[in-house]
Design a binder for this molecule. Sequence first.
Ligand SMILES: Cc1cc2nc3c(=O)[nH]c(=O)nc-3n(C[C@H](O)[C@H](O)[C@H](O)COP(=O)(O)OP(=O)(O)OC[C@H]3O[C@@H](n4cnc5c(N)ncnc54)[C@H](O)[C@@H]3O)c2cc1C
Ligand code: SF4
Length: 502
Amino acid sequence: MPDPNGFLRYNRRLPARRPVPVRISDWREVYPPAGEELVREQATRCMDCGIPFCHDGCPLGNRIPDWNDLVRTGSWDAAVDSLHATNNFPEFTGRLCPAPCEAACVLGIGGGAPVTIKQVEVEIADAAVARGGLDPHPAAAPTGRSVAVVGSGPAGLAAAQQLARAGHAVTVYERDDAIGGLLRYGIPDFKLEKQHIDRRIAQLAAEGVRFRTGVNVGVDVTAEQLREAHDAVLLACGALQGRDTPETPGRELRGVHQAMTHLVAANRVVAAAGGGRPALAVLPDGTPIDAAGKHVVIIGGGDTAADCLGVAHRQGAAGVHQLDLYPEPPHSRDAGRDPWPTWPWILRNYPAHEEGGDRVFAAAVQEFVDDGTGQVKSVRIAEVTVEKRDGRRIVTPLPGSERELPADLVLLAIGFEGTERQPLLEQFGVARNARGAIDARPDWQTDADGVFVAGDMHRGASLIVWAIAEGRAAAAAIHAYLGGVGELPAPVDPARQPLAAR
Ligand SMILES: Cc1cc2nc3c(=O)[nH]c(=O)nc-3n(C[C@H](O)[C@H](O)[C@H](O)COP(=O)(O)OP(=O)(O)OC[C@H]3O[C@@H](n4cnc5c(N)ncnc54)[C@H](O)[C@@H]3O)c2cc1C
Ligand code: SF4
């Protein structure tokens, strides 16, 4: 029986982050472990509401009140089992999820302080490792059916694990040199150290999943070859088509890059320094993958922009500006616009923002300015207003508001336009929709029979928690398609959307 008064006795508390001067001198994760006493205290704040809205906030349907109570009583092994029953990789979500569950926590009504659900989750996930709880769970018997999973991000890996545990022979094809999708080289180590991915790969391999890296499906292996070799195919190729701004004067200058070009290269340098594969020191245009001593301008306000900011600090940038097209959001929930338990539009401060840099809101670049040698030296920006007209975004500069910011390195983190245009799509006979995503029927099949889709490739650029949820659900559909015995859990259907008021 949970403690109904826990939230009255304890305030919401999170462990202190590592001090800024210390953490920007290395690439280790920002948060130290919370310690058992703090985690149990915070889990005690959960009152196990009659209707736990956090379940609906979490796309995985994590049994949050159950494991909060198990942590409260120190029943760690049971908490690990409860969490793994709905989430294949809680060490990823516990570190990286923006926690829509917390926005839906009953304790947050009227501006209150929700339970630290995400923190409890990561502590359970880490307890699983510490207690040897990542043992493989191989299937009792093989089904004789085989599945190809294309793409090794969280969607592909979650599906692969579910299918292998159900007895299917699963091969994951990944064009990159390492498994993990965006978790591997997209998300920096200070948010997710890579041993967490390696541990899961070892677990999946011990469960029978085969991994083939360096295989670009559609180029190195054709869709036809894949379909001949397997009974079903899951496409989980992500939404990696970066949005650009070709119309802005000066876009062609040296030093102006897509954020992911710089970020992935920088993360590869970190991986190489830690004993990984050798990495390039310069980009193909000769630009060093280093912000040291440079004035950096990051354009965009999301996860990618914040990750670029943290990387720039660690590389020793002279100064960083982060530009956002939109005005500064409110600092707390505007209940008229986003009533509880929906995900509110508020100012999100990532740990990288504590580390320095200037945020400039309601501003847009008018020109990337040449230093006379073809290298960017500054950006000319203007204050802007943004409105939607006929579904289109209209950005209007305010006359007389222009100014220049110094810029030796400009990173475009202005979003993604869906899954990449690549040969695989045509070969499988699937087409990008208006959002650049691949549609799924209610049973997760694409327009091509026996070819399924999940994760960002289906949803558009989203979150790890959605990728895992879709990977699990697509695995359940594939299991049914292959005539597997019983049902696998399917936390979401393809039409499921986040909680919203409209
Ligand atoms: C910089 C950045 C930071 C982020 N931070 C967060 C965060 O903090 N929290 C959060 O919840 N979400 C975050 N996200 C979003 C999150 O990473 C994605 O939603 C998630 O990784 C999507 O998983 P996925 O499996 O669908 O695809 P991905 O992780 O994109 O993986 C797709 C994989 O498919 C492979 N692939 C593509 N085509 C082929 C082919 N033809 N053959 C073989 N392989 C192929 C790719 O190489 C890639 O490895 C971030 C995203 C970015 C870009
Ligand atoms: S996965 Fe995300 S939404 Fe679900 S319980 Fe964990 S932090 Fe909350």
